[in-house]
Design a protein around this ligand. Structure first.
Ligand code: XIL
Length: 301
């Protein structure tokens, strides 16, 4: 196959990208998006600050643009993200306790209901564990509402949109370490107690300080063995040339080696679309030309 999406489809996977609504009018951007990708993740448009800027007032225009366009083009949608400590509206940042818990539950219900039937997979909870060796939950206003906030979010999302696959998503969980061990224990516990969870997302933001881990495949596999799908959700790899291409290929190879790794999403299209302040971490250069990393990914699929 001659595109990322078609090549991944031959392996039973999707190949997606993060999309920013304001870039859809850029014809170079939208041409690559239409040609190469079979899944989209709104980069910011579904976050709490975007969808509920004031309490109880919902704003879906930008996210709807992305979702409706994707569906018209036959692309899947990854919803991102219902509950997260970051990019909260200021009114939510200023809540705590039962008021915040209720606001979170209402937010999950409203947003998941609005998009009911249109979302392949939802990142229900994003980045709820701490970095480092503790294996603890990340301290946040949501965590301070009680340790059960994550399972409440998942049960609420399931009730609102029973057909969507519900994912937990995080970074620095790509290899086996204290943080991924803690997520693993949570998923194992959810499965044992019947808390609805269908998938785990591995953001996979790699750079020199935090490269593709040597046990990446083994880590994806151990989660899959718990009975969830695994997805690479925000892939980008700093670097250039052959070294970068080799890392992208190895990442794709690891996913393909895990039966339940059912999709890969890169976090942007061109290097100039990246959220990273500097560097060239994506598959297309600033002019929209495919890089060595693109060819390596396509050849690996
Ligand atoms: C980033 C977006 O790419 C930026 O545009 C925004 O300013 C900050 O958020 N982990 C996530 C994503 O789950 O939502 C983040 O996206 C990148 C890190």
């Amino acid at each position: 196959a001659s595109t990322l999406g078609a090549a991944a489809a031959e392996k039973g996977r999707y190949f997606g990208t993060a999309v920013a609504a304001y870039k859809l009018s850029d014809s170079v951007y939208s041409a690559i998006l239409n040609r190469e990708f079979t899944s989209v993740t709104p980069e910011n448009e579904m976050k709490w600050d975007a969808t509920e800027p004031s309490q109880g007032t919902f704003s879906y225009t930008s996210a709807d643009t992305i979702v409706n366009r994707a569906i018209a083009n036959g692309q899947k949608v990854r919803g991102h993200a219902l509950a997260w400590h970051s990019q909260q509206p200021s009114w939510a940042q200023n809540l705590s306790g039962t008021a915040l818990r209720s606001a979170m539950v209402n937010h999950v219900t409203q947003v998941a209901t609005h998009y009911k039937g249109k979302i392949d997979s939802w990142d229900v909870v994003n980045e709820a564990f701490a970095d480092g060796s503790t294996g603890a939950r990340r301290d946040s206003n949501l965590q301070r509402t009680g340790n059960d906030w994550i399972e409440v979010a998942f049960r609420t999302a399931r009730a609102a949109d029973p057909a969507a696959k519900l994912c937990y998503n995080d970074y620095n969980t790509d290899g086996q370490n204290a943080k991924s061990n803690a997520v693993y224990a949570m998923v194992q516990d959810f499965k044992a107690r019947g808390v609805p969870i269908d998938c785990v997302g591995f953001q996979s933001h790699f750079n020199a300080a935090s490269p593709l881990p040597s046990d990446y495949q083994a880590n994806l596999q151990r989660f899959a063995n718990l009975g969830v799908d695994v997805q690479i959700t925000e892939l980008d790899i700093e670097g250039s040339g052959t070294a970068q291409a080799t890392s992208f290929a190895a990442t794709v190879r690891a996913c393909l080696a895990v039966t339940r790794c059912n999709g890969i999403t890169v976090w942007g299209i061109r290097d100039t679309d990246s959220w990273r302040a500097s560097g060239t971490p994506l598959l297309f250069d600033g002019s929209g030309n495919p890089k060595a990393a693109y060819t390596a990914v396509l050849n690996e699929l």
